[in-house]
Design a protein around this ligand. Structure first.
Ligand code: OOG
Ligand code: MG
Length: 257
């Protein structure tokens, strides 16, 4: 492994750990490829595991047009979730632990069996134990939340926190469920789960394919976030955030004042 990639992994890991913004890695390393970026992501996560964090899942990113348009990157990406990123439903988060956090409504899958490689939608669904409404807290470590594809991938695809609501039966069809994202009780985004590749299960199919390219598999017990359904909304001190999804129920958290 090139020492340069190790150095870049240390830069993104420190930025996430200490909540400070950094310049895009591609300004320092203009030749950085997407493959290098996934290697940096793996190296930066290895630093988290060494500090005692445990891998609990995977998040898919840029699986809806609204998300692609908001950040100006139109390639599907993925990142790794650890136990330290999970926020309990209804809990409060301290905004100083983030650079410029945003929140987005997502659908979460809980797996009961491993999945990897080329799988059909039926095979993916057969590995699902339960489905839940979720909120992802994303926080790009890059100045002004601006990045290229390799930058965002190296930064663990902006992974920062996630909140999962009550788990529902896996046979609930999450294909086209209406939802609202609220900040302080006011609707700030509305959408449908169909915005995720036509059906969120397609994101799970893609997740199985993408991890296999890196020699991994989705494990039983993991949470897989299918990707933001609407554009993300900036968090502010004292804000209460909630998403309400048709048939799936709601999930919320607070930003401490
Ligand atoms: C990149 C992460 C994208 C999603 O759900 O699309 C993502 C970003 O928007 O900073 O989490
Ligand atoms: Mg997301």
């Amino acid at each position: 492994m090139s020492s340069n990639l190790v150095k870049l992994a240390e830069i993104v890991d420190d930025a996430a750990r200490l909540a400070h913004e950094i310049s895009q890695l591609t300004t320092m390393a203009p030749d950085l490829t997407v493959e290098d970026a996934y290697a940096i992501q793996a190296l930066s996560l290895a630093r988290r595991y060494a500090r005692g964090e445990r891998r609990v899942g995977m998040k898919m990113g840029l699986t809806s047009r609204a998300k692609m348009a908001q950040v100006g990157v139109s390639e599907m990406i993925w990142g790794r979730l650890t136990d330290a990123m999970q926020v309990e439903e209804g809990a409060g988060i301290a905004i100083d632990r983030y650079v410029h956090p945003r929140v987005e409504p997502e659908v979460a899958f809980l797996l009961k069996a491993p999945l990897a490689g080329k799988v059909t939608q039926a095979q993916a669904l057969a590995a699902v134990e339960a489905v839940a409404p979720a909120l992802e807290i994303i926080d790009s470590r890059y100045k002004d939340f601006k990045f290229t594809l390799p930058d965002v991938v190296a930064d663990n695809s902006s992974s920062s926190g996630f909140v999962v609501g009550e788990w529902r039966r896996p046979d609930l069809d999450a294909g086209n469920l209406g939802l609202v994202l609220e900040a302080n009780g006011q609707a700030v985004q509305v959408g449908s789960t169909a915005a995720i590749l036509g059906h969120p299960v397609r994101s799970l199919v893609a997740a199985a394919r993408l991890v296999a390219q890196w020699g991994e598999r989705l494990e039983a017990g993991w949470v897989v976030l299918a990707g933001g359904i609407t554009a993300a909304h900036p968090l502010a001190r004292g804000m209460t955030v909630r998403t309400v999804m048709q048939d799936l129920g709601s999930v919320s958290f607070q930003v401490e004042g």
